[in-house]
Design a protein around this ligand. Sequence first.
Ligand code: FES
Length: 131
Amino acid sequence: MLRTVTVKMHEGAHPQTCETDGVRESRILSVGELGSVPVATKIDDSDAVVWRTANGDIGVAARSCPHLDWDLCDAIVDGEALLCPGHGWSIDKSGRTYKSNEFGREDEKGTTPSWSASEREGGIWVTLDED
Ligand code: FES
């Protein structure tokens, strides 16, 4: 098994990037930095928001709401998704964006950039790209 580890310096506090078997990942936070509220981070040059879902998974999406650019660090974790306080759109960890009405109907609103994330070695890692 080929394992290549490359450490690059980023402007943020978490400079580690590694590549394993053609999958490039970046460590974006320490696990202890993610509590019950969304946290801002940078992924390459993109502003992103990280949250822990009700099931304990990790969501990572673009920091600006795709509706009218509300800062999603101010969003509320609502089950598996973020609920934007601007106008009530929801963003799930796949980047799916929708608005729910009081009867449970979900109207699709498109998608926003998102990253798959995992926890290991005390950090939260996102997949940047795969060969
Ligand atoms: S700005 Fe987020 S729902 Fe309108």
